[in-house]
Design a binder for this molecule. Structure first.
Ligand SMILES: [Zn+2]
Length: 426
């Protein structure tokens, strides 16, 4: 067995910190008592899985890593076109349009510089899975195709057979514990579960289905925790990090932003390239053919007057929410949220922008993407590696995970946006 420090990270996609209860998540409830748990943990903006995955991988906000949400408008030579960052070909499209994938190194790349290996297993969209390591520095296992160093395709029928939802998460977890952790012992191993996100998008938050999905994710975390304990009975060698990427709000209303802009004379027509709306659940980002023209300012003013918008960030204001100001994306909005209870007693509603790519009906179900209080409530617990158990009140973010992992591995991390989290309770 290796005697080197290692990091194991499990992400339960979309699990809101306040939905970890003894009834639905008995293991996580118990783990919270014997880990360092970060009670003021926040996502990034947009609080979408793909932007979050890139922030966990790089320790940087979207302003620096460049993956600006679940959808982005790219100009591959024929004007701005809306693309899903979850699609299997998005990584190559982004490289074609901008000359690169992520603009800053990932954990996997930093490990390779030191001759160490990262393994990532994900049962979420290809975008979220691949943006853990888009340029092939370590190993990525994903249903849409697995890759080794140099983006060498791996023959991987086990990953190809995975479906989103609990059975897929459980099969992936079993393989992660056995083959990845026990046999291969990488320096960093990341397991990204599809639940409770997958169910939360198609069932009401707090419904029996959603609660079963939380319980299933809890069961998967328990399997990994038991494996970590077997590999490191002393609890100092392996840093065990469990968290989520964001929470969810219940969708109350769907806004057709394209139609509103066309009606207001601010967009030429459906599919036009002058301004392209990238829907990101309870947020939207807007891309402009002429970023320095007057249209971004006019549209920001229009949006500021809409009662379904709670925040407009244009140009210089983008930096304040962790977004870049030097790209065609010149306006971002977060939609209005309120704290009503849904029929299952789960707090928080938000409006979403109609998604022209997915075209799914979300009303009454969970969504995320914006700065609402519940979607910005992921959880984070850290065990081992010298972390003293107990609640931490300090404000933390997804970007703090990578530097915390690198500190444990004695690898430099000073150039990240995030900072390593305190081992001691303040
Ligand atoms: Zn997510």
């Amino acid at each position: 067995m290796r005697n080197e420090p290692a990091v194991v990270i499990v992400i339960c996609d979309s699990l809101r910190a306040d939905l970890i209860t003894e009834a639905d998540a008995p293991f996580l409830s118990e783990l919270r008592e014997r880990s360092a748990w970060f009670a003021s943990h926040r996502s990034v903006f947009p609080s979408t899985t793909r932007a979050s995955a890139a922030s966990i991988a790089t320790g940087c906000r979207p302003a620096r890593h460049g993956l600006l949400g679940n959808t982005m408008a790219l100009d591959e030579g024929d004007g701005l076109v809306l693309r899903s960052a979850g699609h299997v070909d998005f990584r190559d499209r982004l490289r074609r349009a901008t000359g690169r994938t992520l603009r800053v190194p990932t954990l996997a790349e930093r490990l390779r510089w030191h001759g160490e290996t990262a393994i990532s297993c994900a049962n979420v969209s290809a975008g979220a899975g691949y943006f853990q390591d888009p340029d092939g520095h370590g190993f990525v296992y994903h249903p849409a195709g697995s890759f080794g160093p140099g983006l060498r395709p791996l023959d991987d029928p086990a990953s190809a057979a995975l479906k989103k939802g609990l059975p897929g998460d459980e099969a992936m977890t079993a393989r992660f514990c056995g083959e990845m952790l026990e046999e291969r012992e990488p320096s960093v191993a990341i397991l990204w579960l599809s639940e409770p996100d997958y169910t939360g998008h198609s069932a009401p938050l707090g419904s029996p289905q959603h609660r079963r999905a939380i319980a299933g994710a809890d069961y998967c975390v328990r399997q990994v925790a038991e494996t970590v304990r077997r590999l490191d009975p002393g609890g100092e060698r392996i840093l065990f990090v469990v968290g989520s990427d964001h929470g969810m709000e219940t969708v109350g209303d769907t806004i057709d932003l394209d139609a509103l802009l066309i009606e207001a004379g601010l967009k030429a027509g459906e599919g036009s390239h002058d301004v392209v709306v990238a829907p990101n659940g309870t947020a939207a980002t807007l891309y402009f053919a002429e970023p320095q023209g007057e249209l971004p300012g006019r549209i920001a003013e229009f949006l500021a007057g809409q009662d379904w918008v709670s925040g407009v960030f244009a140009r210089g204001q983008l930096a304040g929410v962790g977004l870049p100001a030097d790209t065609p994306m010149q306006v971002a909005i977060t939609l209005a949220a309120d704290d009503r209870l849904n029929p299952h007693g789960v707090r928080g509603y938000g409006a979403i922008v109609r998604d022209t790519i997915e075209g799914k009906e979300f009303t009454g179900f969970g969504q995320h993407g914006g700065l609402g209080p519940n979607e910005q409530r992921p959880f984070l617990m850290i065990c081992g590696g010298g972390f003293v158990p107990g609640r931490r009140g300090l404000a933390t973010s997804l970007i703090d995970i990578a530097p915390t992992a690198l500190r444990h591995l004695h690898i430099g991390h000073d150039d990240m946006d995030g900072r390593p989290l305190p081992r001691e309770a303040a």
